[in-house]
Design a protein around this ligand. Structure first.
Ligand code: PLP
Length: 375
């Protein structure tokens, strides 16, 4: 079975095999493994160990995003979030429920976040200390621009929290070029092609040291994790880690290196997305975004406007042909989404397109044109 969802992704057998053993998290061999994995992640982010550190936290991506918000914003602190999709909405909710003030900047559907609009919102709301940006908005498939947004954040003297969960490993990021960055957050189970269960933040050491006592949570405090690492060593956890996940990530990072690193991975994902985008048009379906706006992470395809259309039946038909896609909608008008990421290549995409065509025929879908939004 191939998972064509934007995470957790299809993994290679070597990655899964690395989990098939027991670990004592306090064992010195495991500590060395954990410290090495964090060093490799820091290097992937182009972080200089004298200014930046990679921290590991148990749980999924949301946990690390909440930890970053709690750590770098004091209670009542204000963050501007350009809302270009559901992951940005999630950051707003995480901030509010943690007692921080989230100010939403609406972004028109299908458009990129405008750096000028971010700059204007920062001028209009001088109490804002942070901007929260989703690099790859997994709901729409659009990629936003941390370089351009980071520049206006920096010019305004503000700080950046970057949700790179569906970006890191494939889309470029150089933390040393972003002095405005407090935290870059990501997980192993998307473009790094490893397992879910841990999350990571590459953070500024200076800002961590300034942020002690902000979090209002022991579990979700990056400053406390860093303080513990300084006291006990970089491989030591405060609480039981998902050790098997970390071991499998070490192997997944070997595979990333062998592939040619981030640029090569991005090239494969772009080829996957292009094969899918073109192939969907060939079989009469309509990608949600134009080819120009289409990012390399996830492709949304408009649901066909046919009375026989049923998303779950479609998903089940694909599953019987060896592919799993999401069984929920994530866009303003209904579209099914297909991940372009994971241990899959354009040949898998072509097999998937054939499976899609066959499933639609089985379902007796005659009209493959999109459902039009009511005016
Ligand atoms: C997957 C994802 C997350 C985190 O999801 P979890 O289920 O908490 O791991 C956060 N942001 C983006 C953009 C994502 O794609």
């Amino acid at each position: 079975m191939k998972l064509l969802i934007p995470g957790p992704v299809t993994t290679r057998p070597e990655v899964r095999a690395a989990m098939a053993r027991d670990f004592a998290p306090w064992d010195n061999d495991f500590r060395a493994l954990n410290a090495r994995v964090k060093q490799r992640l820091l290097a992937t982010a182009h972080g200089d160990p004298s200014t930046h550190v990679a921290l590991a936290i148990q749980g999924c991506g949301h946990f690390a995003i909440e930890a970053a918000l709690r750590t770098f914003l004091p209670p009542g602190g204000q963050i501007l979030v350009p809302v270009a999709g559901s992951y940005a909405e999630r950051m707003v909710r995480l901030a509010r429920e943690a007692g921080r003030v989230a100010i939403e900047l609406p972004v028109p559907d299908g458009t990129h976040i405008s750096p000028a609009a971010v700059a204007a919102a920062l001028v209009a709301n001088p109490g804002i200390s942070h901007v929260g940006l989703v690099y790859s908005e997994t709901s729409s498939g659009m990629i936003h621009d941390p370089v351009a947004i980071g520049e206006v954040v920096r010019a305004a003297g503000k700080r950046l929290i970057l949700d790179a969960v569906s970006a890191f490993g494939a889309l470029p990021i150089d933390v040393s070029a972003h002095p405005e960055l407090d935290a870059l957050v990501f997980t192993p189970n998307k473009c790094l092609e490893a397992m879910p269960g841990m999350a990571f933040a590459v953070t500024s050491i200076a800002r961590l040291l300034q942020s002690a006592g902000n979090a209002g949570s022991w579990s979700l405090d990056l400053a406390d994790i860093h303080a513990q690492n300084l006291r006990a060593g970089p491989g030591v956890f405060r609480f039981t880690p998902a050790a098997q996940v970390i071991a499998s990530l070490d192997v997944a990072l070997d595979l990333l290196d062998a592939e040619g690193g981030q640029p090569a991975r991005l090239a494969r994902y772009r080829a996957n997305a292009a094969a899918l985008h073109e192939g969907m048009e060939v079989i009469g379906l309509h990608p949600y975004l134009s080819r120009q706006a289409q990012g390399p992470i996830v492709l949304n395809v408009a649901a066909p406007n046919d009375p026989a259309w049923n998303l779950q039946a479609f998903v089940d038909g694909l599953k019987s042909r060896g592919f799993l896609i999401s069984n929920f909608y994530n866009t303003a008008t209904p579209s099914f989404r297909v991940g372009c990421i994971g241990a899959v290549d354009p040949d898998d995409m072509r097999e998937f397109l054939a499976a899609t065509d066959a499933t639609l025929r089985d379902m007796k879908i005659r009209n493959r044109a999109p459902i039009r939004q009511a005016a």
